[in-house]
Design a protein around this ligand. Structure first.
Ligand code: HEC
Ligand code: HEC
Length: 182
C-alpha cells in the first residue's frame, strides 16, 4: 500500500469511528430518563413531591386487636396492636417483654415469645429462660401492620407445612431439619 493510500485509509477509519461515537452518544441521550423508570415516575435527584407513604398504623390496644396470619412459615409475626408509648426500647426498659415473656403471656393474652429467642443461635446454647441479647430489639424484626395500598399488588402466597403454622412458629424445632452431624 502506498503512503498516500495508507493516509486516506487512516482518515476514513477515523471518520467512521467518530461517526459511531456520535451515534452512540445520541442514543444515550435518547435513552430513558429516571422519570421514565420505576413506579415513582420521579427524578432520582429530587424527592420533594414523592414522599414515602407512612400509612395509618393500627390504633387498637393490645388485647383488643386480632392477630394477623403469618406471611410465610416461621416469619416474624406483624404487630397487630398500637405501640404508642412503648418505644423506644432501652436496655433497661422493654415494655414488650412485660406482656410477651412466657411468664406474663398467660395473664395478658399475648403470644409468648418463642423458644428460639431464648437460645444463642450462634452456639445453640440454651440461655436458661433469659432472652438472647440479639432479640432484645423486637422492632428490628417485628413491625406494625399499617394500611397502605401497595402500588404493585403482592401475589406472594406463603406455604405452611404445619397446619397451625399460619398462626404459630416452630423455628427451633425445625431449624436443624436436614442437617446431619457425625
Ligand atoms: C399490654 C400488653 C402488651 C404489650 C406492652 C405489648 N404487647 Fe404485643 N401483644 C399483646 C397481645 C394481647 C397480643 C395479641 C393480639 C391482641 O389481642 O392485641 C399481642 C400481639 C403481638 C404480636 C403478634 C403475635 C402473633 O401471634 O401474631 C406481636 C409480634 C407483638 N405483639 C409484638 C409486640 C412488641 C414488639 C411490643 C413492644 C413494642 C409489644 N408487642 C407490646 C400484648 C402486648
Ligand atoms: C432478629 C429478629 C427478631 C427479633 C429481634 C425478635 N424476634 Fe420475635 N420472632 C422472630 C422470628 C423470625 C419469629 C418466627 C420464628 C421463630 O419462632 O423464631 C419470631 C416469633 C415471635 C413470636 C411468635 C411466637 C409464636 O409462638 O408464634 C412472638 C410473640 C415474638 N417473636 C415476640 C418478640 C418480642 C416481644 C421480641 C422482643 C423482645 C422479639 N420477638 C424479637 C424474629 C425476631
Amino acid at each position: 500500500m502506498s503512503r498516500k493510500s495508507r493516509t486516506v485509509l487512516t482518515i476514513v477509519i477515523a471518520g467512521i469511528m467518530s461517526l459511531c461515537a456520535v451515534h452512540t452518544y445520541a442514543q444515550q441521550e435518547k435513552g430513558f430518563s429516571s422519570e421514565d423508570l420505576g413506579i415513582r415516575k420521579e427524578s432520582l435527584y429530587d424527592e420533594s413531591s414523592e414522599t414515602p407513604l407512612h400509612g395509618e398504623p393500627i390504633r387498637k390496644e393490645p388485647g383488643e386487636s386480632k392477630r394477623f396470619e403469618r406471611s410465610f412459615e416461621n416469619s416474624p409475626p406483624l404487630i397487630p396492636h398500637d405501640i404508642t408509648g412503648m418505644l423506644p426500647i432501652a436496655q433497661t426498659d422493654n415494655l414488650c417483654m412485660g406482656c410477651h415473656m412466657p411468664a406474663e403471656a398467660g395473664a395478658t393474652g399475648a403470644t409468648p415469645i418463642p423458644k428460639s429467642h431464648f437460645v444463642d443461635l450462634n452456639t445453640g446454647m440454651e440461655l436458661g429462660g433469659n432472652l438472647d441479647g440479639d432479640r432484645y430489639n423486637c422492632m428490628q424484626c417485628h413491625v406494625m401492620q399499617t394500611t397502605i395500598t401497595p402500588p404493585v399488588k403482592n401475589l406472594f402466597k406463603g406455604e405452611f407445612r404445619d397446619k397451625k403454622g399460619n398462626y404459630r412458629s416452630n423455628l427451633l424445632d425445625v431449624l436443624n431439619e436436614g442437617v446431619t452431624t457425625e
